[in-house]
Design a protein around this ligand. Structure first.
Ligand code: SAM
Length: 269
């Protein structure tokens, strides 16, 4: 009976599963995971793989049985308690295929909790492959040793996104044109959000423990149009921010903004 921990070039083999994880729990991986275990990793009974499901932490599981097309695993011991990512959403205008995969993968590694594609007026892409988005997010979560997978949401139109926006969540609008706070300053000392004279989100102290719920919004290759920029700037929960004097590509902007937020208010400290 082998007793080895399955690894691959990226490190420990970790699989995201849908089953509950606890000592003795039996887990049957999905078809794709089974194929990978049996035919790529050549898993044998006694081999070990790490499992997580976004709720029960990370567990070491032992391969208990294999056949041509199936394998079963049994949870042995918990490696890590469950922990989540900071409450940070990324709203982004989807861009052409490769960079979009890239944005999903990197945003997952950078700890975004929600990935929300938004169709703006200048968005060239007309549809988003949500299955592909979710598969990219799961793979990046497995590789980056996250214990959660970001919530990849159905795309929304610009107007739909804003109509249903949760008032207590600040939306950092990455705006390369016009007056805007330098993003690091806005994250460090976010101005109070006021609606109808009433403070809906107070200015939070620079080093509070759990940061306010936040979101970052970046536009498409062609940028937000004037109507969208005006609409965003008129909303009480929006804080326009600049990412510096250069025009960043849409994917660069999204990842730069996530990095700045994480390094100041997120879980990098
Ligand atoms: N309007 C830009 C132009 O004139 O080329 C194109 C948009 S830029 C490629 C894509 C998105 O990245 C923008 O809509 C904005 O959200 C964000 N972005 C790029 N550079 C930025 C900057 N310096 N400050 C804030 N946001 C920026």
């Amino acid at each position: 009976m082998s007793d080895n921990e399955l690894t691959h070039p990226g490190g420990k083999l970790r699989l995201f599963v849908g089953d509950p994880l606890r000592a003795g729990a039996c887990v049957v991986p999905d078809e794709q995971q089974t194929h990978y275990l049996l035919h790529v990793m050549r898993a044998k009974p006694g081999d070990r793989v790490n499992l997580f499901n976004g709720a029960d932490g990370e567990w070491v599981a032992r391969v208990t049985g294999t056949s041509k097309r199936s394998c079963s695993l049994e949870c042995e011991r918990q490696l890590r308690q469950q922990s989540g990512e900071p409450d940070l959403w990324l709203c982004f205008a989807p861009i052409k295929k490769t960079p979009a995969d890239y944005v999903v993968q990197k945003a997952t590694e950078l700890g975004a909790a929600v990935l929300q594609p938004v169709f703006t007026r200048r968005t060239i892409v007309t549809r988003v492959n949500l299955d592909r988005m979710r598969a990219n997010a799961i793979e990046a979560a497995e590789q980056s040793e996250r214990l959660t997978v970001p919530d990849c949401r159905e795309p929304l139109s610009f107007d739909k996104l804003l109509v249903g926006w949760p008032r207590d969540r600040r939306l950092f609008f990455c705006d390369e044109g016009g007056e805007a706070l330098p993003f690091p300053d806005a994250v460090r000392n976010p101005p109070p959000l006021v609606e109808g004279g009433e403070v809906i989100v107070s200015a939070s102290p620079a080093r509070e423990v759990s940061p306010e719920p936040a979101a970052i919004f970046t536009g498409p290759e062609g940028g937000f149009d004037e109507h969208e920029r005006e609409a965003l700037r008129a909303l009480p929960f929006v804080t326009p921010v600049t990412l510096g004097p250069r025009i960043l590509r849409a994917d660069t902007a999204a990842l730069a903004a996530l990095t700045i937020w994480q390094s100041i208010k997120g879980d990098w400290r």
